[in-house]
Every structure is written in C-alpha cells, then in structure tokens.
Design a protein around this ligand. Structure first.
Ligand code: 13P
Ligand code: SF4
Length: 313
C-alpha cells in the first residue's frame, strides 16, 4: 500500500484537513494542507470548512482545535503525544495557586490543558504573547502560566512583574550556553536564534528571539548565511526548504548524546498513524461540553486580539 496515496484518498473522501506543526517529521509537514506554528494552526482551525481535522502535533493543539470546533471530528494520530510544558501545570495545583491571588487575571500559554484554559482570561502563543500581555492595563496584576522562561522574557520586555508559574519545556531547557558560545566562535558570521521557551542565559546570546514562525521568517530575511537554531529540530526542514543555500546548525544541548533537540512527543507522529486515524476516525479528541464552553472564551479572546497579527515576537 502506498501510504501517501491512501492518505490523499481518505482526506478527499472524508473532507478532512491535515494540520501539521513545524516540529513534526518532514514527510508529515509535506503532506499537510497547512503547516505552521501554534497560532497559525489555531487560526486555520477556526476558519476551516472541513468536516474532519487531523492534527499532526501534540495533544493540547488538537484539544484547542476541538474547543474551537465542537461539532467537528478532531483526530490526533498519536494519542499519547503530550507536552512536558503542559504537564508541568496540573489543573488542581493551578486552581489552588490562582485562588491565592483573586485580584490577578490569568494569561495562559496555549501549551496547557483544556482544564487550565477554563481558568484563564486570555490564552496566548509565543507569536502573540507580547500583544496579549500589552492588551491588559499596566496596573492589572497578572499571572502567566505555565512557561516560566517565556513569562520572564515577557516581564523583561514589558517591565511588568507577572507572577510566573514554574513550568518549562524539556526541549528548550537543555541548551548549553558554553557550547553555544564555542559554536559561535567556530562560526563567527553565524547568527544565533532562539525560541522564547529557552532559559534566560541562552536568550541573552540570541540575535533574534521568536516563535517558530518568527524564526522561519527571520532566516529568510537576514543576510546571514549560517544560523545556529535553538528550538526543536523539525523547523529546520522548513528553513532548508525556504533557504536551500543557507546553513542551519541545531544549537547544542548539554548532553550531546541525548537527541534532545527532538521533541519526543512531536516525533510520535508517523505517516502510518496519520493514515490509520483517517481510516478509523480515531483516536478522536472528546471533551465535556462544559469544558469546551469555558475554555473557548479565552481562546476566542486570543484569536480576536491577534486577528491582524502575522508575526509577533
Ligand atoms: P510555537 O507556538 O512557536 O509554534 O511553539 C510551539 C511549541 O510547542 C514550542 O515548544
Ligand atoms: Fe511541549 Fe516542548 Fe514538545 Fe513544544 S517542544 S510540544 S513545549 S514538550
């Protein structure tokens, strides 16, 4: 069986749209109707006329698509594709934390559970985070969850003192400052670019900090020919496609044997699993209607605020 032809046949037959995140393996990006960052994919999901959404990414992304589209079938080819960052904010612990600060509004990074989104005023992604923070009056006390690194970066950019939930991503926390410095010495004309989920000492070294979409745009516009890239390895596929003449070097992790530039969860997706989920209409995202109704409000606020934004930070 030719798995690609079968996927193409099934997507037509079922009026399905395939959405792939920049971090999944190259063949899964190439087969997608839309490939993008978290914000772009949420925006596409909000507008699609397809009956079925096959989300080639991780659980919180497919869950978000379901919350925006309660009447559509949303499929997640790899049902165990979670997210270490989302897992770092269990809903019950967050509920107790939030209760201690009743005067604070909550901004949640989209990398969190649907349950946590129900306790949120506005959701954000790395693309629109700055814009969402700035949409609140300066004197409004804020909680930012769950990513402490993105939160700290936003505090630095805005001069605010948002309370930060102590969560992080296992991929973006493992870069070695020392090795990055050594590598930039070996490639003196290279630019170092980083996702804001990286730790502050790594971000301090960066020529550009941005979401996956922003990093991709940056490499196409910069005159530099070599880039050291501190984010998940999947994005290199789009960078190489957009700029075949340029060189992209994954930023070195502390442990050079760990392969930790790969998000273990994103890499659970395969063409075979995508084919199987389109064939069997499963695994499907199912959520209680009460959760959908509550979680939808902060996501729609985010979509409204960032309607005209293509790239933020
Ligand atoms: P983007 O929103 O930049 O696509 O990032 C998603 C993500 O999971 C980062 O680790
Ligand atoms: Fe989650 Fe990190 Fe993987 Fe992104 S790269 S999905 S934040 S574990």
């Amino acid at each position: 069986m030719d798995v690609v032809s079968e996927i193409n046949r099934l997507r037509q037959e079922k009026n399905a749209v395939i959405l792939s995140h920049y971090y999944v393996d190259a063949p899964l990006q190439d087969i997608a109707d839309h490939v993008g960052d978290s914000l772009q994919l949420a925006q596409v999901a909000a507008k699609t006329t397809a009956d079925v959404i096959a989300f080639v990414g991780v659980h919180f992304m497919a869950e978000t698509a379901k919350i925006i589209n309660p009447d559509k079938k949303v499929l997640l080819p790899a049902p165990n594709a979670g997210c270490s960052l989302a897992d770092s904010a269990p809903a019950d612990k967050f509920r107790a934390f939030k209760a201690e600060y009743p005067d604070h509004k909550v901004i949640s990074y989209i990398n969190c559970s649907a349950e946590l989104k129900t306790m949120t005023d506005v959701v954000c992604t790395s693309s629109n985070a700055l814009q969402i923070v700035e949409s609140f009056p300066k004197n409004q006390p804020l909680i930012f969850a769950p990513d402490r690194n993105l939160g700290a970066y936003l505090n630095k950019l805005t001069g605010r003192q948002m309370l930060l939930w102590d969560g992080a991503c296992m991929v973006h926390e493992q870069y070695s400052v020392e090795k990055i410095i050594k590598l930039t010495e070996q490639h003196p004309t290279a630019e170092f670019i980083a996702h804001p989920e990286c730790e502050a000492p790594v971000l301090l070294l960066a020529n550009h900090i941005g979401s996956t979409a922003s990093l991709l745009k940056y490499v196409t516009q910069s005159p530099a020919q070599t880039f050291i890239v501190a984010t998940e390895s999947g994005i290199l596929h789009q960078m190489k496609k957009a700029c075949p003449q340029k060189l992209f070097i994954p930023a070195p992790p502390i442990d050079s044997t760990c392969g930790c530039n790969d998000c273990f969860y994103m890499k659970m997706n395969t063409l075979e699993k995508l084919h199987s989920c389109l064939q069997h209409d499963a695994p499907e995202i199912v959520l209680p209607m009460e959760t959908i109704e509550k979680a939808r409000i902060p996501i729609e606020r985010m979509l409204q605020i960032s309607e005209k934004l293509t790239h933020g930070i």
